[in-house]
Design a protein. Structure first.
Length: 63
């Protein structure tokens, strides 16, 4: 989900800080951002809350 990287960088948040807040590892955040894996569906509400956006906003720009 390349949109995660855009959101994270636009807020000046490091991968390690995001990982700590979401209770995952930094490599997990890296994998989510490079589309190696997608976040599990149960994590999407937590990620949206972290960014103060909707779940739909997380998928914007993804084809």
């Amino acid at each position: 989900m390349k949109s995660l990287k855009v959101l994270r960088e636009s807020k000046g948040i490091k991968q390690s800080d995001m990982a700590r807040e979401l209770n995952v590892t930094q490599p997990t955040i890296f994998n989510w951002e490079t589309d190696d894996i997608y976040p599990p569906a149960k994590k999407l509400p937590e990620i949206a809350k972290f960014f103060n956006c909707s779940i739909d906003d997380l998928f914007k720009g993804i084809n």
